[in-house]
Design a protein around this ligand. Structure first.
Ligand SMILES: *[C@@H]1O[C@H](CO)[C@@H](O)[C@H](O)[C@H]1NC(C)=O
Ligand SMILES: *[C@@H]1O[C@H](CO)[C@@H](O)[C@H](O)[C@H]1NC(C)=O
Ligand SMILES: *[C@@H]1O[C@H](CO)[C@@H](O)[C@H](O)[C@H]1NC(C)=O
Ligand SMILES: *[C@@H]1O[C@H](CO)[C@@H](O)[C@H](O)[C@H]1NC(C)=O
Ligand SMILES: *[C@@H]1O[C@H](CO)[C@@H](O)[C@H](O)[C@H]1NC(C)=O
Ligand SMILES: *[C@@H]1O[C@H](CO)[C@@H](O)[C@H](O)[C@H]1NC(C)=O
Length: 425
């Protein structure tokens, strides 16, 4: 729309330009916009947007009105303003089965911990039970989390809970106290064109966390938050992650799974066409000792590494400050994991780490892997309790049987790749 406001040469276009101008100026009357588009502008419900006044009540009122409306109602958070919000719950189900939320301005979290007191669900902005929700716009969600980063306990910024067929796109997410975006119990979601950022040193500030959710697509986004760019937690399946620039941070993780003896499952995960830049880990699977369940049918493919430490890692002894991690006899079973076309540099001496439980990680496939050290040397591969096959893999993984070119037939998707760039096969 904005692009049309700049006419090219020629009288016809100038006329069109004038027409558009006159139409858009009559539309400046907000009542008209509401009537024609079903818009619920938070300013009409008393929001001030000066970054100082608490606008939570106005947002709640606008949401309540929208949620009672049929058709395609739209919550509008206008541009050029900063809305200070205490924890707000956007509860469904709504009358409409197609709710739009357009965020063009900035939503600001409380800048003191006191302001988060009403946060009953561990998060600041929570959408719950809203199906076919479409949240989009060029606005910003600023969690102002820095005061929380040295605390033991902290809260998430934006949470979607039981929101089926969710669309989230275009927004900038900054400085959450904890996870920036969480999906819990959602079936069907597309998250795209997001910019998520927090300082590299901020703790537990995952970009996107997925739990108990299925059929999730995350694509074309930049995530630089200092913790997991994306974490796929228990009881999730059919997760596609494509075109993500990740780093600094901890890479893209399946898990951690099986904490405190939990039974958790993750399957059918495709992480493709992603970059890991200066991440502390890259393609990671992490499980706690003592858990049960499985992580299987996981594909990391077409990934570029730039100084990514621990670029490929399976850690079945993950124990993040936890108690009683030793002497456990069970583990979440890891199987059917494929790494294909992963290239670039590691920031440390570790290229590949497979540290599996005695139950053994099975059918681990590696093909067209080429990891060098960012200082020019070789990197190492260490492995314990792993079975599977490799070809064209540098560094060579001693636990896997090197099939040379045979694996190309097995993988059957490799035809578009170049032959091995080094003389292994
Ligand atoms: C918490 O919620 C109660 C009831 O809705 C409200 O009266 C109070 O102002 C809120 N407190 C904060 C800090 O937002
Ligand atoms: C979501 O809303 C945006 C902005 O209004 C629109 O461009 C997009 O097509 C919508 N997506 C769906 C699935 O309705
Ligand atoms: C994920 O990608 C795979 C392979 O590209 C495809 O078969 C599957 O349908 C996709 N799933 C979703 C949820 O988009
Ligand atoms: C990854 O990096 C390469 C080279 O810098 C770039 O061409 C490509 O677009 C990046 N991929 C993504 C998903 O941004
Ligand atoms: C999964 O791995 C098992 C070995 O652990 C193997 O027998 C099976 O064929 C694999 N399935 C697929 C679809 O690769
Ligand atoms: C790096 O690995 C290659 C291939 O295994 C080997 O020929 C070379 O000597 C190694 N370089 C160093 C510095 O270890």
């Amino acid at each position: 729309m904005e692009k049309m406001l700049f006419p090219k040469e020629g009288g016809g276009e100038l006329l069109t330009f004038a027409l558009i101008l006159s139409i858009s100026s009559t539309c400046l009357c907000r009542g008209l916009v509401e009537d024609t588009s079903g818009g619920f502008n938070v300013l009409d419900y008393g929001a001030v947007g000066d970054g100082q006044t608490d606008d939570s009540q106005a947002f709640s009122k606008a949401w309540t009105a929208l949620c009672q409306t049929k058709g395609t109602p739209q919550l509008i958070v206008p541009s050029g303003k900063k809305f200070l919000l205490m924890p707000v719950m956007f509860q469904g189900p709504c009358q409409s089965n197609s709710v739009q939320v357009q965020i063009l301005g900035t939503m600001l979290a409380p800048n003191s911990m006191d302001g988060w007191r009403n946060c009953s669900t561990n998060c600041w902005l929570r959408f719950s039970g809203v199906s076919n929700l479409n949240v989009s716009g060029s606005g910003t969600i600023d969690g102002r989390g820095s005061t929380w980063w040295n605390q033991v306990y902290n809260d998430q910024a934006l949470q979607f809970n039981h929101c089926n067929n969710l669309q989230l796109s275009g927004l900038t997410h900054l400085n959450s106290p904890k996870n920036h975006i969480s999906l819990t119990a959602c079936n069907g979601a597309s998250l795209s064109y997001l910019h998520i950022s927090a300082p590299a040193s901020s703790p537990n500030t995952d970009g996107i966390d997925i739990s108990s959710s299925t059929n999730i697509n995350i694509h074309d986004s930049d995530i630089a938050t200092g913790d997991d760019c994306i974490a796929i937690n228990g009881n999730s399946a059919h997760i596609n992650i494509t075109g993500i620039n990740c780093g600094p941070g901890h890479g893209i993780s399946v898990g951690s799974l099986g904490r405190n003896g939990a039974h958790e499952t993750v399957e059918y995960v495709y992480v493709q066409h992603c970059n890991f830049t200066q991440t502390q880990n890259g393609a990671r699977i992490k499980t706690w000792p003592g858990g049960s369940g499985y992580a299987r049918y996981i594909y990391f493919q077409h990934i570029q590494l730039q100084q990514a430490s621990n670029p490929i890692i399976i850690d079945q002894f993950y124990c993040d400050g936890g108690q009683g991690c030793t002497g456990k006899s069970s583990a979440v079973k890891v199987s059917n994991v494929t790494y294909m076309d992963i290239k670039g540099t590691s920031g440390n001496q570790q290229g590949i780490i497979f540290n599996c439980d005695q139950e053994v990680c099975t059918n681990i496939i590696m093909d067209h892997i080429n990891i060098r050290s960012s200082n020019g040397g070789n990197v190492s591969a260490t492995c314990k309790n792993v079975k599977g096959q490799s070809s064209c893999t540098t560094p060579e993984v001693p636990c896997l049987s090197n099939l040379g070119a045979l694996i190309l037939v097995i993988a059957n998707k490799i035809s578009s790749l170049n032959p091995c760039p080094y003389p292994i096969c």
